[in-house]
Design a protein around this ligand. Sequence first.
Ligand code: ATP
Ligand code: MG
Length: 267
Amino acid sequence: MKVWAVANQKGGVAKTTTVITLAGHLAAKGLRCLLLDLDPHGSLTSYFKQDPDSLEKSAYNLFQMHQLYSNNQIKELILHSEVEGIDFIPASISMATLDRQLGSQEGKGLVIKKTVDLLADEYDYVLIDCPPVLGVLMVNALAACTHVLVPVQTEFLALKGLERMHNTLNMIVKARQHGVSFTIIPVMFDRRTRASIDSLRALREKYGTELWSGVIPVDTGFRMASQKGLPLSTCSRSSRGSKAYAELLDSLINPNRQPDLKLVTNE
Ligand SMILES: Nc1ncnc2c1ncn2[C@@H]1O[C@H](COP(=O)(O)OP(=O)(O)OP(=O)(O)O)[C@@H](O)[C@H]1O
Ligand SMILES: [Mg+2]
């Protein structure tokens, strides 16, 4: 089982969109995906038409099980999306209190790791949607994952935020017994704007091989897909945004097949 955490301490950089669109492509390949909504705001949960303010059970419950829980207990938290092959554990607003509640409780950083370990036979991929803050939820995601995806907007202010995320990742990598690899993904790329082109160049100069060599273009289809509650890859497979995420997935699954830099375009 592969576990990918999608994380960036900056808000609104397409973390949730990345989780959902990649899941759509994975499910289309017949792979079983579990999405974990670890953001107390519950955007992923709302995307799939559930209300994070009124759910009785959510990822919050995982942090309340003090014993080593069984996978049957975890399965009670899993909901099915409308898309065959995509299940999810929703978030609830109560998760915002976890940092304060758990204090220095032992093992609080490994709750999600234990959860995914118990589900190893049930899913091919677990994709974790992280909140935009470094707290117990993000620490759990980074301890549980086999790879981190860091979406970053192609604009200069986002580069500063990326530096912060990069430092966080380096810190976590040092704390883990086994390192963790990560891929930075340039998103919301608009080739008509100087800012997009210049910031992409700056990203390439600074991050080199840690950066995916493709780009996710601006595509209004993402907003429409979110209104329908479906991944863009499910409702508009041939759209530019969907194709770009298919390319991204391809290079994550086959790291030797990076798209040619010259092909970087949002046409
Ligand atoms: N490539 C894109 N082109 C156009 N719009 C996009 C693109 N990617 C994401 N969006 C839109 O940008 C908004 C923010 O995206 P998203 O919710 O995925 O970000 P996020 O990083 O999860 O935000 P938060 O930090 O609040 O959880 C959404 O309305 C989404 O539909
Ligand atoms: Mg989000």
